[in-house]
Design a protein around this ligand. Structure first.
Ligand code: ZN
Length: 251
């Protein structure tokens, strides 16, 4: 049956001389993989080649039994040209769509993540966008929505507050396998862990406050620390590194 959905293009690959396979995140149907026949011809029904990040109304027939669906029509409403003016905005945007494509299963709708992605891409396209902070907020919310964010208040080892009031000796660590923060006492036994510096911890606290509805802003240093941590965590959870991480997040 035909579906008509707001959709954002997450990924595309060539299928033949004239056709493409496109991955869309649709608002009400979830991720859809569709074959766009003739999409590379100038006068196809889809209006020609469809760019990554472009958003519009997608009409498609879902594939059966996990197979490719068919694109019927795509009318673009957001071209996202603003993102293409600067590499760091574009890289952050491409990281966002890659993360959505990897974190969500096909045909599993998450309208709140569609809206999060739409808002994130729109914000990145604005001249005054704090790129690292927009990406940090996006990663935080996405991982929260899919249940991967982990425990960021108490220690996953012992349940005590993970961040002591006084500067902890040995520092605070995060374990992706154990799914959250480790206090100085518990981190000693963990083989997989990542040390968190003060800026990253402050960034995590700021994001938690923002989620609780307080108006706060992340500094660039905090946002970069959070982005590295959440990228580390996401790549562990997904079982592979994200291709755009090197460009969008850095080492
Ligand atoms: Zn502990």
């Amino acid at each position: 049956m035909r579906q008509r959905e707001p959709a954002i293009c997450l990924r595309r690959s060539d299928y033949s001389e004239t056709s493409q396979v496109l991955h869309f995140h649709t608002r009400g149907w979830g991720v859809a993989r569709v074959l766009a026949k003739g999409a590379k011809r100038p006068k196809s029904s889809s209006g020609g080649a469809i760019d990554l990040l472009s958003e519009g109304e997608l009409v498609f027939i879902p594939g059966s039994a996990g197979g490719l669906g068919t694109l019927v029509e795509f009318s673009e409403t957001f071209t996202r040209q603003g993102l293409r003016k600067e590499a760091r905005r574009l890289n952050a945007a491409l990281y966002m769509v890659e993360l959505v494509g990897e974190a969500l299963a096909e045909g599993d709708p998450h309208p709140e993540i569609f809206d999060l992605l739409h808002n994130g891409l729109e914000r990145l396209g604005q001249d005054d966008a704090p790129v690292a902070a927009v990406l940090a907020y996006f990663q935080w919310r996405l991982l929260r929505c899919v249940g991967l964010l982990g425990e960021l208040k108490t220690c996953v080892g012992c349940g005590q507050a993970a961040i002591p009031q006084t500067a902890p000796r040995g520092g605070v660590f995060f374990s992706s396998i154990q799914g959250g923060l480790l206090c100085p006492a518990c981190q000693a036994d963990a083989s997989e862990k990542r040390h968190l510096d003060g800026a990253t911890l402050a960034g995590l606290a700021t994001l938690a406050a923002a989620e609780a509805g307080r108006k706060v802003s992340l500094s660039d240093t905090q946002a970069i620390g959070v982005n590295r941590l959440l990228d580390y965590h996401a790549s562990h959870q997904l079982g592979k590194p994200l291709k755009m991480a090197r460009h969008a997040i850095g080492d």
